[in-house]
Design a protein around this ligand. Structure first.
Ligand SMILES: [Zn+2]
Length: 401
């Protein structure tokens, strides 16, 4: 006992070492928890990555090399104290290790908005008849949140980058266009990769009926789950390239959906006008609208009255107006672009800094996101015009028609 060790030796030493290691692992705080959680996010899971072997905790005693005795404080070596410690530790190890020993500071870290958006989107998708009942890999790509099907093995990094950039473009352009509108808290738009093309179409096709879904349509802003749904084939290595302008357009829809209250859709002209305005930025959209509406009116072919521009609901509604006026039965929807020209030019007119309409429009926009709805004349009055016809006439004059 000259050196303070227990005289009868190896077996007791070994038991003490094991008990101390176990106690240290169970009882010590876990500063690496946040780091593992963050890595889990980047690797596609919120569950912290569990290493194959328990890592040596930073502050715990280093594992004793074979043949060496763990440095034990001298007082622990007295048999009575050691016996009491072993009894205590054996009781502790029979309990669930995490619950009683987790220190209060080890609560999960606050999530970033992108991380929170992924968690919220995943929760909404649970109830989705097509996309529910599956697990997702969570990824951040250039700070944009993505959900990939758990089984997805790889994705074309260049396409993922293009789509992430388009989402960022839509976000930045809408913020700029709508600067001064009442703030509405919203999480970032989440891109969700459909597990199959048919799952993508099951969502997208009904939204544009009776129009056919083009094979080149690879993104859709879904109002229900409030996500940007991406068709998987464009992300397959060597798959068809995606059209950035379409993605920006759909990301703009998703951005608006993220800020809406209630289940009622936004007025179609507002959604399409803003989405077109964002995706056609940099082009002379005012001139395109002037020429298209002017040419159609010149030929007596503009199917949309002021009331129809302001009250038409859903693409199906606009398609039906176009079909009834179609000059050729074989091409029933050839006049549908007129709706987009009306919608986009109306939004541009109302957002124009000149003319004192902008502030009124932004206030109305905020109330509309919050659920306020009105008929065509009511909308026009809320925007400062006598009625729907007066609003469209003022827009026509602005266009130079
Ligand atoms: Zn659209």
């Amino acid at each position: 006992m000259a050196d303070g060790r227990i005289p009868d030796g190896d077996a007791t030493d070994e038991a003490l070492r094991r008990a101390l290691r176990r106690a240290a692992e169970e009882a010590r705080p876990r500063p690496e928890f946040r780091e593992r959680l963050r890595e889990g996010f980047l690797e596609g899971s919120l569950v912290p990555a569990v290493p194959d072997a328990a890592p040596a905790p930073e502050a715990a005693p280093a594992p004793a090399p074979a043949g060496r005795v763990l440095p034990i404080p001298r007082w622990l070596a007295y048999p009575a104290a050691a016996a009491a410690l072993l009894v205590g530790l054996s009781v502790a190890s029979s309990l669930r290790p995490e619950a009683p020993f987790d220190p209060p500071v080890a609560s999960p870290p606050a999530l970033s908005p992108a991380e929170e958006a992924m968690v919220a989107a995943e929760r909404r998708l649970v109830a989705d008849p097509v996309l529910g009942g599956r697990t997702w890999q969570r990824r951040l790509v250039g700070e944009r949140p993505w959900l990939f099907p758990a089984e997805a093995a790889s994705a074309d990094a260049a396409e993922v980058e293009v789509i992430s950039r388009a989402m960022a473009d839509a976000d930045a352009t809408l913020r700029r266009l709508l600067e001064g509108a009442p703030e509405r808290a919203a999480l970032p738009v989440v891109a969700v990769v459909a597990p199959t093309r048919s799952a993508f179409e099951a969502h997208a096709a009904p939204l544009i009926e009776p129009l056919p879904l083009s094979e080149y349509t690879i993104a859709f802003g879904l109002r229900g789950p409030r996500v940007l749904l991406i068709a998987p084939e464009t992300l397959a290595p060597g798959g068809p390239p995606c059209e950035e302008m379409d993605i920006v357009h759909e990301a703009a829809h998703a951005w608006l959906h993220a800020r809406m209250d209630g289940a009622a859709p936004l007025p179609l002209w507002l959604e399409e006008g803003l989405a077109d305005g964002v995706s056609m930025r940099g082009m002379d959209a005012r001139e395109w609208c002037r020429k298209l509406i002017g040419a159609l009116r010149g030929a007596g072919l503009d199917p949309f009255s002021a009331k129809q521009v302001l009250e038409t609901e859903g693409i199906a509604g606009a398609a039906e107006v176009a079909r009834q006026a179609a000059p050729c039965d074989e091409r029933p929807y050839s006049l549908l672009p007129a709706f987009h020209a009306h919608a986009q030019s109306l939004v541009m007119f109302l957002l124009d800094e000149e003319g004192g309409r902008r502030e009124r429009f932004l206030g109305w926009f905020g109330r509309t996101l919050a659920g306020e709805r009105a008929d065509a004349d009511g909308t026009a009055r809320a925007l400062g015009f006598e009625n729907a016809d007066a609003l469209i006439e003022a827009r026509d004059a602005w266009l130079g028609l």
